[in-house]
Structure formats: C-alpha cells, structure tokens
Design a protein around this ligand. Structure first.
Ligand code: XUL
Length: 535
C-alpha cells in the first residue's frame, strides 16, 4: 500500500522515518537524523538553543527549523524510494515552543519560491525573530499573574491539565506581550513548533492538535477547545491570534506546490503535527492504560495513557490530550541528557567509560546524593541552577556518574506517583535508552521490568504511524489504534531487564534520603548553596 513519512523536530535535531505499511506488515524503509548545530551552523545554536546571557532564557530559531525540514526533505527525495507512494506526512515537535507570525504569513506560506530555501523566505513574515522553547524558565511573574486572574492554581490545573508552568505557551505569550507590546500587536498568528511546521508543509496555516494544545495553559481539556477565561487572562486579543484546535488525525492539507517543485515530492496528505510526548505515546504502543514509558532525551519524561483525566493535586505533572482521543499523564525533567553529558564531560569520559563506572559502583552510591540541577529544573521547580552534593567529593568521578543516574531515576519514581499507576513495566525510549547500564538502575529503582525499542526515536515513529492512521480514516477505513501499532511500536522481548529485589530495597530506603536532600536543597537559597561549595 502506501509510504508514511514521520518527522520529529526535537530540541537538538530533526529526524525522519519512512514506513512502508501493507496489511500487518510495517517496514522502516528510511531513517535519517540531523543535528541542528552541525547541519545548520549559520544559526549559531548550541544543542539547538540560541546562546543568551540570561540563564533563564532559552530561545531557538524558527527559520532554522524550516531549513532543517528542507534539508531532510532533500534527503528523502534522494533516498531512491518511490516517492509517488508517499501517501501522508505527519510530525512530532518539541512541546510548548511558539512561533509568532504577522498578517503576511498566509500569503508567504502559500507562495514560497521553490528556487530558495524556506528559512529566509519565512523570515519576512515573523513578528518575533526567535521562538521561546521549553527550556525557557523566565516567566515566573506571568505564571503568577495568569494563576491569580483565573482564580488559582487548582482552577487552572483542573481546566487545562496543568498549573502554570514557566515553559508553557500561555505564560510565554504574556511575557512577549509585556516586553514587546508593538510586536505582539503586529502578530497575526501564534503557532506551536508543531503547527508551524505543519503549516510550512501544507503552505497554509494549520491547526493545533489537542496533544500539543494542552501544553499551553490555554486549552480546556474537557472540550478540547480554547478556554476563554485562560485566553483572556493571558494577553489582549489573543483569541484572534490562536489557530483553531483540531483532532490529531485531521488532514490539514496536501504537500504544497513549493515542496512538490523543489524536491519532486507528490501531493501527499499533510496530517496535523503533535508534541513529541503525545507522538511517543503512539510510538511506544501505549494505547492501553497500565504501562509507562520513560523517554531519556534532552528532557527526561515519564508518561502513560489515561482513560480519564486524573489531574495532579500536587501540581507537579501534566495531563495532555492523547492522539487516541484519550489522555496522557506526564512529568517532565529538564536535566535529562544535558545533565548526563555534563557529568561525562566534567570528568573527560566517553560513554563507554561512563557505563563502565556505573556498572562498577555499588547501587545506592553509599548513601551519597547528587542533585544534578545543571540547568533550571522543571521538577521540582528550581530557578537557581547549580549542582547540589550530599556527602559526595567533587573530584569523585564514579560517585558522580552513579549519582546523576540514580538521582534522575529516583526523582522520576517519586514525582510520578501522582499518576496513580502501579508501575510493573517500563518502556524505555530516547537517545540514552540505548545505554543498558542506565536501564538497570531504572529497573532497580522502580522495581519494574524495563524494555528497549528497536526504533530509538519513538516520537518520530509515532508521527509516521499517526500519518498512517489519519490517512486510513480520511480514506474511509476505520482502524483501531491497537492495529495501527501492532508489530512495530512494540518493545523487543529479548531486551528485558528484570529488577533485582535486593537492589530495589536499597533504593526504597534511599528514596527517603533523596526526598530529604531535595527538601533541604529547595529550602536553602542559591547563595547558601554556593557558599557550601555546592557548585
Ligand atoms: C514536555 C517538555 C519536553 C519537551 C521536549 O512537557 O517540556 O519533554 O517536549 O521536547
């Protein structure tokens, strides 16, 4: 039958997968990735983020994302695949980031010149040259204002699935309105990274899907439409600037003439894009309740499907719309791969040496705790970045390697309890899930079995499967999600890591120490932490 193209525009890279689907057969025919810093150095990003003197600010370049799409579509076109068979294209993108376009955008999108790359062309329609992304933590004031205006955190969480979070799009929009009121007024459309890239492919403004829409503090989780009180509390005239919200399986258009002419691609269906976490839910086959996935990427996330939205009373986690039409619970940690890399680099290690040290050190790290908050942390909220050590010598490389991995897993186990899932099975995904030494710690901390996936980028795989699902629906074929993911979004049985009961007992005790250290660190001011030599 058809070929289905999925993208994942993440913090640091763009990945594409082409799936060949026929009946029960699902083959990956093409897979390619590009790192933004290396493939598009003229944008000057570091790990996909524009350098900024302010530690709380994290922006990236929408022009770079557009040009990355162009580079990747050129690779698809040169892959030797029978391009005419591409039936549908969908995508996944880092969540929360926003793109600001002016009134010219619709005309610019519809009329791109196939002789030129898209980045410079779309620049003509940007009312804000850069995009705040999920690592941005600069909007505490706006979070407080929105929370107060809607009647408190509990109201906001009940309505939208989350209390106010600095990286969420609503508080980011409000900050833009505060700091640049004229540019805000000149903004005609505010897209998420996902809907911006879908718009580029379709050559017309695309809608936002409920999966990514629920990462904005603006969407009513129950109606899957904008929540008027939240929109009013965020910025004036915002309702007129937001795209409509449409189901994840919506066809938003056909691949525009620009891409057809530029790369010889067919008029394939363009499906609504979604966030990387909702797409990963599909790509890990989590279309049933009870199993969780842990994604070890730039951010670490733990998530699972929810039939009913159980909103987090502690204010730690989020409920998002799932692409299946149900819900997903998620907790996000910003110090994921970034923190593991920082420890590896601080001691000049290779990943192999990192894993060897991890295997050679005792579970529990002799009771020593490292809180690896290299960057401002989302869970728990830490604005003043900095490493906190408890009993750990700053020169102790093995202690830091074990310390960072154990702390991340213990934080995930403790801060996901609100989801109320008895975790027996974990599907591990994301770049660092290839590291079995890390997964062993995961299994022992959670006391759960852990599986790996053959396709490492499950967000991208999920996007390709969503393309297939939406295409089937649009062609009048009803298809169950369990059939969509069968045989591909399944973990490899041979990769199973079973938990060790004795080590799990060590971690059960250590988690209390971890909780106490975290409480202590949160109560100590940044200057005290520095004075203690904690950084
Ligand atoms: C989720 C979150 C991150 C980004 C990373 O809430 O902020 O996982 O989606 O791409």
């Amino acid at each position: 039958m058809g070929l289905y193209l999925g993208f994942d525009s993440s913090t640091q890279s763009l990945t594409a997968i082409v799936l060949d689907i026929d009946g029960d057969r699902r083959d990956v025919l093409f897979q390619s990735s590009l790192a933004f810093d290396e493939a598009l150095p003229r944008y000057g990003t570091r790990h996909g983020v524009l350098p900024d003197a302010d530690a709380l600010t994290a922006h990236s370049s929408p022009r770079m994302w557009a040009d990355a799409l162009d580079v990747m579509l050129a690779r698809v076109a040169a892959s030797g695949l029978d391009l005419r068979r591409i039936a549908a294209i969908a995508g996944s993108a880092q969540q929360h980031g926003s793109v600001y376009l002016d009134a010219r955008a619709a005309a610019v999108l519809a009329d791109l010149d196939p002789g030129r790359a898209p980045g410079d062309q779309i620049a003509a329609a940007l009312s804000r040259p850069t995009s705040p992304i999920w690592l941005d933590a600069s909007t505490s004031r706006e979070c407080a204002e929105i929370t107060a205006a809607v009647g408190g955190s509990a109201v906001l969480a009940r309505k939208t699935g989350s209390r106010a979070f600095e990286r969420f799009t609503g508080p980011q929009i409000r900050r833009f309105y505060h700091r640049h009121p004229e540019a805000y007024a000149a903004t005609g459309r505010i897209h998420l990274v996902s809907s911006f890239l879908a718009s580029l492919l379709a050559g017309a403004h695309a809608p936002i899907d409920p999966g990514d829409g629920s990462g904005m503090n603006l969407m009513d989780l129950a109606t899957r439409d904008w929540w008027p009180a939240g929109v009013a509390a965020t910025a004036p005239d915002l309702a007129s600037k937001l795209p409509p919200i449409a189901p994840s399986s919506s066809i938003v258009g056909t691949l525009s003439p620009y891409w057809q002419r530029r790369h010889g691609l067919p008029p394939a269906r363009v499906v609504a894009w979604s966030g990387d976490n909702p797409c990963s839910l599909v790509g890990t086959g989590l279309v049933r309740e009870g199993i969780v996935a842990i994604s070890l990427g730039t951010s670490d996330t733990i998530f699972g499907l929810m039939r009913e939205p159980r909103v987090d009373a502690t204010g730690t986690g989020h409920v998002f719309g799932a692409p299946t039409g149900e819900y997903m619970g998620l907790t996000c940690f910003s110090n994921g791969s970034l923190a593991r890399e920082r420890v590896r680099d601080a001691f000049g290690l290779t990943w192999t040496q990192f894993s060897e040290l991890l295997d050679a050190t005792p579970p529990g790290n002799r009771g020593r705790i490292l809180l690896p908050w290299f960057e401002p942390e989302i869970t728990p909220t830490v604005r003043d970045a900095g490493l906190r050590r408890y009993g750990l010598d700053p020169a102790d490389a093995p202690g830091h390697v074990r310390g960072v991995v154990e702390a991340q897993q213990m934080a995930m186990a403790r801060h996901s309890r609100w989801m109320n899932v008895a975790i027996e099975t974990i599907y591990a995904t994301g770049g660092a899930s290839a590291n079995r030494a890390i997964l062993r710690v995961m299994a022992d901390v959670f006391g759960a079995e852990v599986f790996q996936f053959e396709v490492g980028n499950t967000a991208c795989l999920g996007a390709a499967l969503r393309a297939f699902h939406a295409d089937a629906l649009a062609s009048g074929r009803r298809i169950e999600w369990t059939d969509v993911v069968r045989g591909i979004a399944e973990p490899a049985a041979a990769t199973r890591i079973a938990p060790d009961p004795a080590r799990h007992a060590v971690y059960r005790a250590l988690m209390q120490v971890h909780a106490a250290c975290e409480a202590d660190a949160l109560s100590v001011s940044r200057s005290d932490a520095t004075a203690n030599g904690a950084r």
